[in-house]
Design a protein around this ligand. Structure first.
Ligand SMILES: Cc1ncc(COP(=O)(O)O)c(C=O)c1O
Length: 409
């Protein structure tokens, strides 16, 4: 398999500092093209959207380009079905608010103890307000898998919503979302999929996943700090979050509170173009030509990224497995390239601080996998250390981590 990571790394100015950025799960660096797209948008002059003057039309064009990019990135149904927002958390609260207005006491929802808290708490709190019962799907231990039955055993004709992740942001577990969605739909429930950790690592097709709603955050795939939730426009029409009397009731505008960050929308579109070009840039096999539709290039590019990151993940896991003083959590069959581990005798904070001295970026703490940290019994003792790979991670990055952790043995 060819994936010339040096060519990819050369596009990211921040990597020139020489640190090993194994913190992509908390946000990636951005390539020059994204930085340039944002600064060119500001330099050209922008205005608030919807006015008659050219600067305003440039803002509208930037937002449209961002929506078109998302349609291609995840196979969303239409630009009208792409709601943009500051973060997945903020958008999910809006969807929880809107969807829960149709829930009745006695209804039920299903959330998981695998998910990031942003796909748990908004639903739990909305359920509490609506008098709705929350059912918890629990991953199996110690492998930290989420078998389909762990979710489907909670389904009934009372289920209104299933909220499930496409990939755990700490263990990397990738549940069989399609099978879960099919069962949820058969029960008459909607499915809200957290794609924040999956989208940077695998080709995504919202329809193939069976997701009614799919969330992703651009800052995890080389874009700006922005997020989106996508769905069929006709379905979004049925969801009405609290909003200003004076703001548009149109879809997706009703989900987009206040004035949008238009320059960052341009950056989001540029990040999608960047993803589409990664496979060809890295010299990976099976890449369509530059004139192929962007969606096709994205799928091929992400297939190359997935293969590359999986090989790197195997190197990281094997390296840590050889260290007696390291305990890794979970061993899922399908795993996004992210690991969670502890070093015996040290707190996760101590390990992360030690790694930082070796210029290796890793996270320590619960990483918002609040329920899972509780389930594993590690939340009160600092949870774990997270190392996560990105499109620009290299063998050298992984080896630097392994060396730093080995020194703690
Ligand atoms: C899997 C997952 N879901 C949700 C979120 C929350 O995303 P945001 O920061 O856009 O609210 C994150 C962020 O780390 C995440 O990794």
């Amino acid at each position: 398999m060819t994936y010339d990571v040096a060519k990819v790394r050369a596009l990211y100015p921040a990597l020139a500092d020489g640190w090993a950025y194994l913190d992509g799960a908390a946000g990636t660096q951005v390539p020059r093209s994204v930085i340039d797209a944002e600064s060119a948008t500001y330099a050209a002059g922008i205005g608030n959207h919807g006015a008659y003057f050219a600067a305003s039309k440039r803002s509208d064009a930037a937002s449209r380009a961002a929506r078109e990019g998302i349609v291609d990135l995840v196979g969303a149904p239409a630009v009208e079905g792409v709601a943009l927002g500051p973060s997945m958390t903020a958008l999910t609260y809006r969807f929880a608010d809107g969807l829960s207005k149709t829930w009745k006491p006695g209804d039920e929802i299903v959330v998981t103890r695998l998910d990031h808290d942003a796909n748990v708490r908004p639903w739990v709190q909305a359920a509490e307000r609506a008098g709705v019962t929350v059912r918890w799907a629990v991953p199996t231990l110690p492998d930290v898998e989420l078998p389909v039955e762990a979710v489907t055993e909670h389904l009934s004709e009372r289920t209104r919503l299933v909220a499930v992740t496409a990939a755990s942001n700490v263990i990397g577990t990738r549940p069989d979302v399609r099978a879960i969605a099919d069962a949820a739909h058969a029960a008459g429930a909607l499915v809200y999929v957290d794609g924040v950790h999956a989208t940077p690592h695998v080709p995504v097709d919202v329809a193939a996943l069976g997701a009614d709603f799919y969330a992703t955050s651009a800052y995890k795939w080389s874009g700006p700090h922005l997020a989106t939730v996508v769905g069929e426009p006709a379905l979004l029409e049925t969801v009405m979050p609290d909003k200003l009397a004076s703001s548009s009731t149109d879809v997706p505008d009703r989900f987009e509170y206040g004035t949008s960050p238009f320059a960052q929308h341009a950056g989001m579109a540029a990040a999608v173009d960047h993803v589409a070009g990664l496979g060809a840039l890295a010299g990976a096999g099976g890449q369509p030509g530059p004139d192929a539709p962007r969606r096709e290039r994205i799928l091929a590019s992400m297939a190359a990224v997935e293969a590359y990151e999986q090989a790197l993940l195997a190197r990281m896991i094997a390296g840590l497995a050889a260290m007696d003083h390291v305990e890794r959590f979970g061993s899922p069959a399908l795993q996004a390239p992210t690991i969670w581990f502890r070093v015996r005798g040290l707190t996760p904070d101590q390990v992360a601080e030690h790694c930082a001295k070796a210029e290796v970026n890793v996270w320590s703490g619960h990483n918002y996998a609040w329920e899972l940290a509780g389930l594993l019994g590690i939340r009160d003792s600092g949870s774990a250390v997270r190392a996560s790979l990105s499109v620009y991670s290299s063998d050298e990055d992984v080896d630097r981590l392994l060396e730093a952790v080995a020194a703690l043995g």
